[in-house]
Design a protein around this ligand. Structure first.
Ligand code: ATP
Ligand code: MG
Length: 440
């Protein structure tokens, strides 16, 4: 991508409305724009990051055996009347009427709709287990939307829903998502700690929130500090192994970890003082097992091996991609801007032409840009005629992990500089060496 033909509306000044660093940096880097309170456009740079986050989420959901579908944002109120949540949900639900005066709503979550899909076509235990997910916009009319897309009214959620014949089988489904979440957040460059959670309006029996420790987090959390170094389940984790996944779950729940709603002072005090971590955190994921809470009122049942009908045991599993993007920034930035983990960076490499219009600089940059693009890298080529200082500031602000800098003096020697955004380390090397470093 040539910067001269791209769209990154950088802000020079710090936006006054931004209270936390991620919000400030997302606005300054031209990633998002607020359209009305708590409702955002994702501008091209932000969209690229969001897409990469979603690709990792999707990959890990698929690995764990979940199946992707797409459900609509607008739902009929009827389904929610069946479950009893139409009245119970309160003001967070945006209620709408269509032209026939039929009550509709913008979905804050999808348990009812997915249960309807399930009951309409699954009739036998032989079709279980089943886990259906989508990555879709949600709307919750939050009383206090703030911190940019961290807490917005319209936001994206990956929500998965599992269906099983028995509680035991449902616990295995729960453990699959538990392990998938550990892997997902790790691949996003984050350390998320599962904490026992309150089940809230979704209701349920077993529930964990995945929390990233950050000073700007809205939740108060308490946990054993060893969680910070626990091993993440590997790529070859067997998601069909009941014992294997139970062992992962048991390990990751063996030490104290709770949000303030579930906090037990006495249990926490039993943790040796030096091992206690009391901090603030950002909830990036939440998983629930809620048994037959929806399947009973909505009549979602299957025939079991005993020939009888059984209400299915369900769970739901949310991750917030539009919250994860600022959460990643909270965890990874410096005074100059964002520092993207390679896995979600909007571009892998930025090539900076220090003197656009200079034949040697132009030729060198074009050569590098073409070679790296051909090798499958996402390359941003800063071919603008901005001043060097502006170019460096932009590259640092938008946080691309590697900068290849081509200035007239180095280029005259057949060389460029390679800068690591995170460490700031710079290395001078031949043009060929610079290309080879990133072409596997
Ligand atoms: P919170 O406690 O932060 O209000 P919640 O418990 O109501 O969130 P869930 O129903 O568990 O949220 O939603 C699953 C995930 O969706 C959350 O873990 C979070 O990542 C994301 N999410 C929820 N509400 C918002 C929001 N207003 N803005 C952005 N992401 C959100
Ligand atoms: Mg939650």
């Amino acid at each position: 991508m040539r910067l001269s033909r791209y769209f990154i509306p950088i802000l020079k000044e710090n936006p006054k409305e931004a209270e936390i660093v991620s919000h400030r940096l997302m606005l300054r880097a031209g990633m998002i724009r607020q359209q009305s309170q708590g409702i955002y456009s994702w501008l091209p740079l932000g969209k690229r990051v969001l897409d990469k986050v979603n690709a990792i989420i999707r990959d890990e959901q698929n690995r764990a055996g979940a199946i992707e579908l797409s459900m609509p944002t607008l739902q009929s109120a009827e389904l929610w009347q069946e479950s009893g949540r139409y009245d119970a949900y309160g003001k967070e639900m945006l209620r709408i009427k269509d032209r026939q005066d039929r009550p509709m709503l913008y979905g804050p979550t999808n348990e009812e709709m997915v249960t309807d899909i399930f009951r309409s076509s699954v009739k036998s235990y032989k079709d279980l287990p089943l886990n259906l997910y989508h990555i879709q916009l949600k709307f919750r009319d939050e009383i206090r939307p703030r911190f940019g897309t961290m807490r917005s009214r319209e936001f994206m959620m990956k929500d998965a829903y599992s269906f099983d014949l028995t509680r035991q089988a449902a616990e295995h489904s729960y453990n699959k998502m538990f392990a998938a979440y550990l892997r997902t957040f790790d691949r996003l460059g984050l350390r998320a700690i599962p904490m026992r959670a309150d089940t809230g309006p979704i209701g349920g029996k077993l529930s964990h929130e995945f929390i990233i420790l950050a000073d700007t987090g809205e939740s108060e959390v308490f946990c054993h500090k060893d969680f910070v170094d626990f091993d993440i389940p590997g790529e070859h984790t067997d998601f069909d192994s009941v014992e294997g996944l139970q062992a992962i779950f048991d390990k990751w729940t063996s030490l104290y970890a709770a949000t303030s709603e579930m906090h037990d002072e006495a249990a926490f005090n039993a943790v040796p003082e030096g091992d206690r971590l009391s901090a603030r955190g950002i909830e990036v994921g939440h998983i629930f097992y809620f048994g037959t809470k929806y399947s009973e009122p909505m009549g979602a049942k299957v025939q079991g091996p005993d020939g009888k009908e059984h209400f299915v045991h369900m769970g739901s599993y949310g991750i917030g991609p539009t919250r994860l993007v600022p959460a990643i920034i909270e965890a990874s930035h410096d005074d100059n801007g964002i520092i993207w983990p390679a896995s979600v960076a909007p571009f892998d490499i930025v090539v900076i032409n220090m003197k656009a219009g200079d034949q040697a600089c132009d030729d060198t940059c074009e050569l590098i840009y073409a070679a790296l693009s051909k090798a499958g890298k996402d390359v941003l080529y800063d071919d603008t005629d901005d001043r060097a200082g502006t170019k460096f500031a932009t590259a640092d602000l938008i946080g691309v992990p590697v900068q290849i800098i081509a200035g007239p003096r180095a280029v005259a020697n057949g060389e460029v500089e390679v800068k690591d955004r995170k460490t700031g380390a710079r290395e001078t090397m031949t043009i060929e060496a610079a290309i080879n470093r990133f072409v596997a």
